[in-house]
Design a protein around this ligand. Structure first.
Ligand code: F6P
Length: 331
């Protein structure tokens, strides 16, 4: 797969959002359209991700089409999870449709599923492709933060703060399930910021006995409540099963709250809007420079380019120091 494509300057680019929507995607589309237009590019929005690309569902975008969207959650281009794009016929059709519209380059915003499709396009044709990380799960290799993560953790945190009020008043343990697919990035950060007593994440083995000991110990030391954050991908059978297993051992009245899709909605935070704007503009510059087959991300405050193949194959690690800190602060 390339890196720098030898060609005339790109004139027409497409944008799509794919997979789970994330707050900040609109801010990113806005940045691509406005910076792209300033660079004299024609910009086409592709509706409903790869599904819309395969159906040729497209709309020309100009600076005014993206007015008043920076503050909105979701994605105004809409999104989809598209099985057909995982097949070689799907990829061929996508390339045909892009060529038919004279779209020479594509920016895809999403998570690892989105980048698999993007990589297939970059490898199969002469279309330039740049990916931008947009997923509340923050599980993308090659960037410290993905667009949407900051908003999602703040939304979850707001809910956890409210639950803590009632948990303390009634002296109850609460098991709170957060999203994150198979990873614990959301659980870890909201666990620390929300002052949780325990977090259960897929990256570390969950031992119910140990959790029970912790909870007992906490109540003995005078804690009025116990907030247990459970990542949806935890391997101990899910929040309902874990809570039941704890009840069988401790016989403590408990409540469960599954935060679910509220974590994906809402107005993006300032951090997400700024990240989205920076990455959107950097993606346009990358296309103008002839780059293809990369994801633009931000590491330690610097804009970086990671091969899409790495984003699909390499695993982003959790910050072990944060994990240790979490345990110390829960005492
Ligand atoms: O990837 C984002 C995400 O919200 C995950 O955290 C969650 O597991 C999944 O999408 C939910 O997907 P859906 O909206 O299709 O139920």
């Amino acid at each position: 797969m390339d890196n720098l494509v030898e060609r005339d300057f790109v004139k027409k680019i497409g944008i799509l959002t794919s997979g789970g929507d994330a707050p900040g995607m609109n801010a990113c589309i806005r940045a691509i359209v406005r910076h792209g237009t300033t660079c004299r590019l024609e910009v086409v929005g592709i509706r409903r991700g790869y599904a819309g690309l395969l159906e040729g569902d497209m709309v020309i975008l100009g600076p005014r089409s993206v007015a008043n969207i920076i503050q909105r959650g979701g994605t105004f281009l809409e999104t989809a999870r598209c099985e057909e794009m995982k097949t070689s016929d799907g990829v061929k059709k996508a390339i045909q449709n892009l060529r038919h519209e004279n779209i020479e380059a594509l920016i895809t915003i999403g998570g690892d599923g989105t980048f698999r499709g993007a990589m297939a396009l970059a490898e199969a044709g002469d279309i330039q492709v740049i990916g931008i990380p947009g997923t509340i799960d923050n599980d993308v290799y090659g960037t410290d933060y993905a667009i949407g993560f900051d908003t999602a953790i703040n939304t979850a945190l707001d809910a956890i703060d409210k639950i803590r009020d009632t948990a303390g008043s009634l002296q109850r343990p609460f098991f709170i399930e957060v999203m994150g697919k198979k990873r614990g990035f959301i659980a870890l950060e909201v666990g620390i910021a929300g002052g949780a007593e325990s977090i259960l994440i897929p990256e570390t083995e969950t031992k119910v006995e140990e959790l029970c000991l912790n909870m007992k110990h906490n109540f003995k030391r005078g804690k009025k409540s116990s907030i247990v954050i459970v990542a949806e991908g935890d391997d101990a059978g899910g929040v309902f099963s874990i809570a039941q297993q704890v009840w069988e051992r401790l016989k403590l009245d408990y409540r469960i709250c599954v935060l679910g899709h509220i974590q994906r909605g809402g107005s993006p935070t300032a951090r997400d809007r700024i990240l989205a704007s920076k990455l959107g503009a950097a993606a346009v510059d990358a296309l103008a420079d002839g780059r293809s087959g990369y994801m633009v991300g931000e590491l330690k405050g610097e804009i970086t380019f990671t091969p899409l193949s790495d984003t699909c194959q390499k695993r982003k690690e959790l910050d072990n120091n944060l994990l240790k800190l979490m345990k110390v602060l829960a005492t």
